[in-house]
Design a protein around this ligand. Structure first.
Ligand SMILES: Nc1ncnc2c1ncn2[C@@H]1O[C@H](COP(=O)(O)OP(=O)(O)OP(=O)(O)O)[C@@H](O)[C@H]1O
Ligand SMILES: [Mg+2]
Length: 349
């Protein structure tokens, strides 16, 4: 991954976990945006507190970096309950899950990240645990194996997934509340940045917040990451206050442009416009033109370009949309194909 792609991808980097943890909002009121999810979740938690019961199981879905882990911590904090954290990939055997479930205390919040990646037998054990607060612990092997039923204390499962569609129906149905997180608006990201700047003790102008937010691809994780790079710039340049010009200069240097496109995104767009006249061109041809693997172009660059309406997917290949030419400062050729452009979910390359 190139350096600029590292800045703009939404997944988490191991070395930034501690920095992220420091900036996580700790209660629902500090959690910016997602007003509907916040309201609905607030109600679920409030009702549970009044009934003095553990809250219904909660499923959080949405793209990386939008606040699923943060919300799960907030749920535990709001319920005044201890939090246990595990993840789908860590639970490969039903026994792994049994060990976690049987050690839960009353009211505990169990956060299962990437819940869509849990193994099948563990998943089936989870059904019973969620519904009846009971598990069958299997002792012994083969013909002599016996299942010992074990009652569990009431607990709240918070599942997170970037791929809600991959979750089997029976699992999805056992959650009392599902919150789907959406990309943030520039205004919401400005609030995220404002809060982070305060915690980092940085002086930043409103225009600079707007500048950084506009390059953050709708994602708080990216916004905070860009803010840290701008902070470095300010430190080296001995700036007491960060204004929009220095924010723009810093991020230009890191090759994150005004719309949040990184070097790979831009080279894909440039190849599409300049080498292929705006397309349509097959994905693999496009990948060769920019010297990348097809999969990299498809999974790293394409989703954001399509989301931003810069690139279109048609059955005959990828095309540049009018705003792509505009963004690159190029005149669109009269014969460029875009008028009939539509997105197809499963087009052939
Ligand atoms: N609504 C928000 N308000 C303020 N900061 C936020 C918000 N949502 C996310 N953040 C910040 O963004 C960072 C990433 O959030 P988080 O780790 O919760 O994302 P995630 O959805 O769990 O991502 P992944 O799918 O990669 O696990 C955190 O450091 C957090 O501080
Ligand atoms: Mg997470």
């Amino acid at each position: 991954m190139s350096d600029s792609t590292k800045l703009t991808h939404a997944g988490s980097e191991p070395e930034e976990r501690a920095l992220e943890a420091a900036l996580r909002p700790r209660n629902l009121d500090d959690f910016v945006g997602q007003s509907r999810v916040r309201q609905q979740l607030g109600l679920v938690l409030e009702a549970a507190k009044i009934r003095e019961r553990s809250a219904d199981h909660v499923l959080l879905s949405g793209p990386p970096g939008l606040g699923k882990t943060t919300l799960s911590m907030i749920i535990a904090a709001e319920m005044n309950a201890p939090l246990r954290i595990s993840s789908g990939p860590a639970i490969q055997h039903a026994g792994d899950l049994a060990a976690i479930l049987s050690s839960l205390t009353e009211g505990e919040v169990l956060f299962l990240d990437e819940i869509h990646r849990m193994s099948r037998p563990a998943e089936e054990m989870l059904y019973m645990a969620m519904e009846d607060f009971r598990v069958d612990i299997v002792v012994g092997k083969g013909a002599g194996a016996t299942a010992i039923p074990l009652d569990l204390p009431p607990f709240t499962l918070v599942g997170a997934t970037t791929r809600a569609g991959l979750l089997p129906g029976p699992l999805r149905d056992r959650f009392g509340f599902t919150g789907h997180l959406e990309f943030y608006t520039v205004q919401e990201l400005e609030l995220v940045l404002r809060r982070s700047a305060m915690m980092l003790d940085l002086r930043v102008t409103s225009a600079a917040f707007t500048e950084i937010a506009g390059r953050s691809r709708g994602t708080p994780r990216i916004a905070n990451r860009l803010l840290r790079r701008v902070r470095d710039w300010a430190l080296v340049h001995k700036l007491e206050e960060i204004d929009d010009q220095s924010a723009a200069a810093a991020l230009d240097m890191y090759e994150v442009d005004a719309r949040g496109l990184d070097r790979l995104d831009r080279s894909v767009l440039e190849a599409l416009c300049l080498k292929f006249g705006g397309g349509p061109v097959g994905l693999s041809t496009l990948a060769i033109a920019v010297g990348e693997e097809t999969e990299t172009v498809e999974t790293v660059a394409e989703p954001y370009l399509v989301r931003e309406g810069l690139m279109g997917r048609t059955p005959r290949g990828r095309i540049a949309m009018p705003s792509a030419w505009q963004h690159l400062g190029l005149a669109m050729p009269k014969d460029a194909i875009f008028a009939s452009a539509q997105s197809y979910e499963n087009d052939e390359d």
